[in-house]
Design a protein. Structure first.
Length: 469
């Protein structure tokens, strides 16, 4: 496949309104994407509805097409990865990993099929629970993992026999548009369509009467708006919202042994991960040692353009998010926190913020109670384990959490007390394609991943037949 030139692609004469796409490593526009009009969205959803009967009818053909789509994604990996890094900012190696995960998810769901269930209740009736697809599904995805999170939505939806309309973030539309072109080589026409644009495109998509399921990943406030919009047509919703994951370190933890894992659990993708470690609770006697170990790593990690092979941390993705990271950090410092590392924006072009480790942070500071979603990590001391668990559970979020120590049984017992959807022992933010992923409280509604993700895109259909018929 030839290299994808975002600027040239965006400026073909006769195209509709466009919006700029910025390289976060430079702060400069490097491409444009179409701003989809309401009538264009209506037409896309209409075509998706018309494509649905043919797509849902043949399970074997769907499996073959999805496996072919996975092959096509891998074949286009070089073009996809470079474009993803240009618009998202992450190191190129991480972009390749995201594309590999996208292909793997297509293969996983291609081979997954719902099971018909026979119900025996003593009556002379044969009752079977079968499964049917829903229709056109809308997916709205954020800018931190544009392709991987899109695949987490479209792979199960398509495998279940639905068609898909996908809207990426306006900060990262180009790699997703290219992905749509790649998938079009393997999938039937109008089964999968990418629409790009600024708001109110997402609101129109979520509330469109032709959409039967809305699946969204993003902020809590936007998730509530998506749910309200989908309610107008009683569409199903799956919402994967914010996280403020806590890592609780036990008093027997080997700090030096876990420091690298803990650091990257917090700072991977520049901290722009919904299930990243965003707060660390350390025993008071180990607090200074934990802060120092994390600060050393923050000071030594290479920050720069994701296209530079030496880079380990790229920029914050966009100017509004950089302002948010800067605001919560400066507010914490004003309230008495101390930056053991970082604490400031880096000089020069682009949206770079120094990897930051904060200590002496007031427990009520926004950097602790809210989701900062950037390269900033507060480390807080605790006196008793009950105090640490209460603090870990003391926000409105409930996505993930982790416990770290040398006794895994003890750590697991503590993890069982965390109020979240997923808890890890001595690691964090690692998921299998086969496991469910869901948050509680403000962190979400519905389940993604594994068979649960497939069934979330299906509805039960019951057939009753007398045994003597």
């Amino acid at each position: 496949m030839p290299a994808f030139d975002a600027v040239a692609e965006a400026r073909v004469p006769g195209r509709a309104a466009r919006f700029a796409v910025v390289d976060p490593a430079t702060g400069e526009t490097f491409g444009e994407a179409p701003d989809t009009r309401p009538d264009e969205l209506d037409a896309v959803i209409g075509r998706a509805h018309r494509a649905w009967p043919g797509w849902r009818a043949d399970t074997g053909a769907r499996t073959h097409a999805l496996l072919g789509a996975a092959d096509a994604v891998e074949a286009a990996g070089g073009d996809l990865a470079r474009l993803l890094t240009r618009e998202q900012g992450k190191p190129l190696a991480e972009s390749y990993a995201e594309i590999a995960r996208t292909a793997a998810r297509l293969r996983y769901f291609a081979e997954l099929a719902p099971r018909t269930r026979r119900i025996s209740d003593g009556r002379p009736v044969r009752s079977e629970v079968r499964w049917r697809s829903l229709g056109p599904v809308a997916a709205i995805v954020p800018w931190n993992f544009p392709l991987q999170l899109a695949a987490a939505k479209f792979a199960p939806a398509l495998a279940a026999g639905n068609t898909m309309v996908l809207k990426p973030s306006p900060f990262t539309p180009l790699a997703t548009r290219l992905l749509g072109s790649v998938l079009a080589t393997a999938l039937p026409e109008d089964v999968f369509t990418v629409v790009t644009g600024r708001e109110p495109l997402g609101a129109r998509l979520a509330s469109h009467p032709g959409i039967r399921h809305v699946t969204f990943t993003g902020s809590v406030s936007t998730g509530r708006a998506v749910a309200a919009g989908a309610a107008a047509s009683l569409a199903r919703v799956t919402l994967e919202l914010g996280g403020n994951d806590a890592a609780v370190l036990l008093d027997d933890v080997d700090v030096e042994r876990i420091a690298d894992r803990l650091f990257w659990a917090a700072f991977r993708n520049c901290g722009q991960v919904c299930m990243a470690v965003k707060r660390v609770y350390a025993p008071a006697r180990l607090h200074a040692e934990v802060v120092e170990a994390l600060a050393q790593r923050a000071k030594s990690v290479v920050v720069g353009s994701g296209l530079d092979p030496a880079t380990r941390l790229g920029p914050v993705n966009n100017a509004p998010q950089l302002a948010r990271v800067r605001e919560v950090t400066e507010r914490a410092l004003a309230d008495g926190a101390r930056a053991a590392a970082g604490g400031h924006r880096l000089d020069g072009p682009g949206y770079f913020f120094a990897p930051t480790v904060l200590t002496d942070v007031p427990a009520g500071s926004a950097v602790v109670t809210e989701e900062q979603f950037g390269p900033v990590l507060p480390v807080l001391p605790y006196g008793s384990l009950d105090e640490a668990v209460d603090a870990a559970n003391g926000t409105g979020f409930g996505l993930g959490g982790s416990v770290w120590g040398t006794d895994p049984d003890r750590a697991e017992a503590v993890a069982d007390r965390l109020e979240c959807g997923t808890a890890w022992i001595n690691h964090h933010a690692e998921l299998s394609l086969a496991q469910p992923f869901a948050g509680i409280k403000d962190s979400g509604v519905g389940v993604a991943g594994g068979p649960w993700g497939l069934y979330g895109n299906l509805r039960p259909f019951v057939v009753h037949r007398p045994e003597d018929a």
